[in-house]
Ligand binder design. Structure first.
Ligand SMILES: [Zn+2]
Length: 278
């Protein structure tokens, strides 16, 4: 790592309070990559990878300040959907590792301070040398549909009225992903599901999840909500969802999220645009 931080061809991505600099234009939104500066040697630095041509990418955690030139500081939530695959991967990896470093400053066995090692991919206890590794917490997120192919949408008590999404929850110890889907749906809305099928996944470093998406089919549609988890829930047809979204009565998850992709996968296209309804 010290050698990479001396090499002017190294590309540095800097994160400050959950924001990185982007150069937004009408056409694209690349991350601002810069050569190393002297202060980087004193910052938390993590190796993010290398291109085929040998270009190395290193993330550093810096301090908030004015952006460089035309760049703007933006969160991954704000710009994730606009970034290229490479830049989204760099940002998500740096964000996930930075979150982990910030919350693992002490050894979970003896309580002594830990320090970063292996190019930012471990922390080592300064007393007993135990190595601690970054963790990823699996979470499931699922479309639930009924026999009429209506979709179940729900609002968390923490969300404003009108904002809804599909259900989601963390996987518990000893549980398969499919079992977690069935348990979460039953706990949150009292619905039994079958035909749990994998759809796709997305790293979600807020703070350290991997969201694994599924579809499932409700055995019956009666809802029994857990008020601590769900403030309201509703079954919608494609026509009803389109009318409510276009009419401004419902707001669905942002386009950066796998939740949006799950909803639009069921819907058959982008909801905020007119689509061919089959
Ligand atoms: Zn220790």
């Amino acid at each position: 790592m010290p050698a990479l931080l001396q090499d002017p061809s190294t590309c540095i991505v800097e994160l400050a309070e959950g924001r990185a600099q982007v150069l937004a234009s009408d056409r694209d939104c690349p991350l601002l990559l810069r050569p190393p500066v002297e202060q980087d040697a004193f910052r938390l630095a993590v190796f993010l990878g290398q291109d085929g041509d040998g270009t190395a990418y290193v993330g550093v955690v810096g301090e908030p300040r004015d952006p460089s030139g035309a760049a703007q500081w933006r969160t991954l939530r704000e710009v994730g959907a606009l970034l290229s695959d490479r830049d989204a991967g760099l940002f998500a990896t740096l964000q996930g590792l930075a979150n982990w470093h910030a919350s693992h400053t002490h050894c979970s066995l003896c309580g002594a301070p830990t320090e970063p090692g292996q190019a930012g991919w471990i922390r080592r206890c300064t007393r007993d040398a135990t190595e601690h590794y970054p963790r990823t917490d699996p979470a499931v997120i699922m479309a639930v549909t009924d026999d009429a192919d209506r979709l179940l949408l729900a609002r968390s008590p923490h969300w404003p009225v009108g904002r809804v999404s599909v259900l989601a929850g963390f996987v518990e110890p000893g549980e398969s992903l499919e079992a977690a889907v069935a348990r979460e749906v039953f706990e949150e809305v009292g619905v039994v599901v079958t035909q749990v099928r994998y759809l796709g996944n997305q790293p979600w470093p807020f703070p350290s999840s991997l969201m694994v998406g599924f579809t499932s089919r409700a055995v019956d549609t009666a809802l029994r909500l857990d008020p601590d988890e769900i403030a309201e829930a509703l079954w919608v047809s494609r026509e009803e969802l389109r009318e409510m979204v276009l009419g401004g009565r419902l707001r669905i998850s942002p386009s950066v999220s796998i939740a949006r992709r799950i909803i639009e996968s069921w819907y058959g296209g982008q909801i905020d645009q007119q689509v061919d309804m089959r």
